[in-house]
Design a protein around this ligand. Structure first.
Ligand code: PHE
Length: 453
């Protein structure tokens, strides 16, 4: 199938917005603050940023180079680069991983959209954290609501993906990402003018060295990979829709910097707000619903602020679910020759089937994933796909580029458009040794300790 038939990004700017849209998601605004909060803030945040650039960026380069040089999605790409080998199975693992992540991600994404709707209905005035917790408990206990919102979110995602790359994904990102930035800036301005802004800033940036634990290190690395959408071929797929002449090194750095800035800004919104009502930042995944839901009342224009906050989350989630669905659709289109329309509906509906048990499991454990010790279906899929498969995939991608395909070939692919890649020997060293080893240690620790990052 020619590049034209597959579709492509119409501009580098559109590609960057779409790829940044994939990276920026619930990972930045939901997972980052509560994980930072659980691990004591400051020191963890610095480690996270270190991992983004030491491990995340090298893996990002590796994925973009594979996709861009082969101009096709992961399974087909590995087949092209090493025919008659088991490497295409790595692409297959990515497809499976994407399917699993999309199934639970759309449940939480659906909840954020529902909360944005609550704000329009004026529900955030006059409730405190205890009442907010009660409301949350009632919602997750309602199968109709939980299944309904997950379905709605998958439906919207599919409506974008069926339109293809330029006319669907790029267009959506071009509209949504600027709104996301504006919403976030409004919230940052609001949070930094709260009396507790200093407390929030100190929590995020003052390294408390005694708070560092091995589990914290592991979670920082896992979060860096998850947040940059690495390890399952999303960036291979997006890179394949970019013409070969484009400036890959600059694009990769822009995406990583964007993603990290958004995570930090999200922290700057959430921590001052928490301290405003004396809430602790270590309350786990329920933070953005239970705790934040009870905070808006303490601010003027509470419902408007709540709408902007949950609207921001929904937009961030949507540009990520789009990329997750696209990986699976691209596999069916490139490798199996399906029509995009058919592939999109088939994948979205089977993913919905897997989302149902996740949606119902929140009510059963009366918690939002890991808020209590009891683990539900959503937690298990999150841990398996969002953590183990993703991390394992990232390690194998490094081994592939570093030891099989070769650094030279990868650099030639990256520099194809005539744009020099900086620090090639450093990158080679990181991809061949540092990344696979660091990830290996993380995987072994995670598996033996049952850590759920
Ligand atoms: N990076 C996304 C986020 O931060 C999640 C994601 C992971 C999306 C893997 C695509 C692939 O929310």
């Amino acid at each position: 199938m020619s590049t034209l038939d597959r579709g492509k990004f119409n501009s580098r700017f559109g590609f960057i917005l779409a790829a940044a849209g994939s990276a920026i998601g619930l990972g930045n605004i939901w997972r980052f603050p509560y994980t930072a909060g659980t691990h004591g803030g400051g020191a963890w945040v610095i480690m996270y940023i270190g991992f983004v650039f030491l491990i995340g960026v090298p893996v990002l380069f590796a994925e973009l180079s594979i996709g861009n040089s082969t101009q096709t999605s992961p399974v087909t790409a590995f087949k092209k680069l090493v025919p008659n080998s088991w490497w295409p199975a790595l692409g297959g693992l990515g497809v499976l991983t994407g399917f699993g992540i999309l199934s639970f991600y759309s449940v939480i994404a659906g909840l954020t959209a529902m909360y944005a709707g609550f704000a329009i209905g004026g529900k955030f005035g006059g409730i405190d954290i205890a009442q907010s917790g009660e409301i949350f408990g009632q919602i997750v206990a309602s199968p109709v609501w939980m299944i309904g919102v997950s379905f709605g979110f998958l439906l919207v995602t599919a409506l974008v993906v069926r339109k293809g790359i330029g006319g669907g994904i790029e267009k959506a990102a071009t509209w949504l990402m600027p709104i996301l930035f504006v919403f976030l800036l409004i919230l940052v301005a609001r949070a930094l003018t709260l009396p507790t802004a200093g407390e929030g800033l100190a929590f995020m940036f003052k390294p408390q060295l005694d708070e560092i634990s091995f589990q914290g290190i592991v979670s920082a690395l896992g979060q860096a990979l998850f947040s940059l959408s690495l390890g399952m071929g999303a960036m291979i797929t997006y890179g394949s829709y970019l013409p070969k002449e484009e400036n890959l090194p600059a694009s990769a750095m822009t995406i990583a910097v964007f993603d990290t800035c958004i995570a930090i800004l999200a922290g700057l919104v959430i921590f001052p707000a928490l301290f405003l009502v004396g809430a602790e930042p270590d309350k786990g995944p329920g933070l953005i619903f239970v705790v934040m839901g009870g905070i808006f009342d303490a601010m003027p224009a509470s419902n408007l602020m709540a709408f902007i906050f949950y609207g921001l989350l929904s937009i961030a989630a949507l540009t990520s679910t789009i990329s997750l669905l696209e990986v699976i659709v691209a596999y069916l289109v490139d490798e199996r020759g399906w029509r995009r329309e058919r592939a999109t509906w088939a994948v979205a509906s089977s993913c919905f089937a897997l989302a149902v048990p996740s949606a119902l499991s929140l009510g059963a454990s009366a918690s939002l994933s890991r808020i209590t010790e009891k683990k539900g279906f959503l937690d298990i899929v999150d841990m398996l796909c969002g953590t183990y498969f993703l991390t394992f995939g990232a390690m194998l991608i490094c081994i592939f580029v570093g030891w099989k395909w070769g650094i030279k070939a990868a650099v030639a692919a990256i520099e194809h458009g005539g744009h020099k890649m900086p620090a090639v020997p450093v990158w080679g060293f990181l991809v061949r040794y540092v990344c696979p080893l660091a990830i290996f240690v993380l995987l072994i620790y995670g598996a033996t300790q049952g850590a759920n990052w």
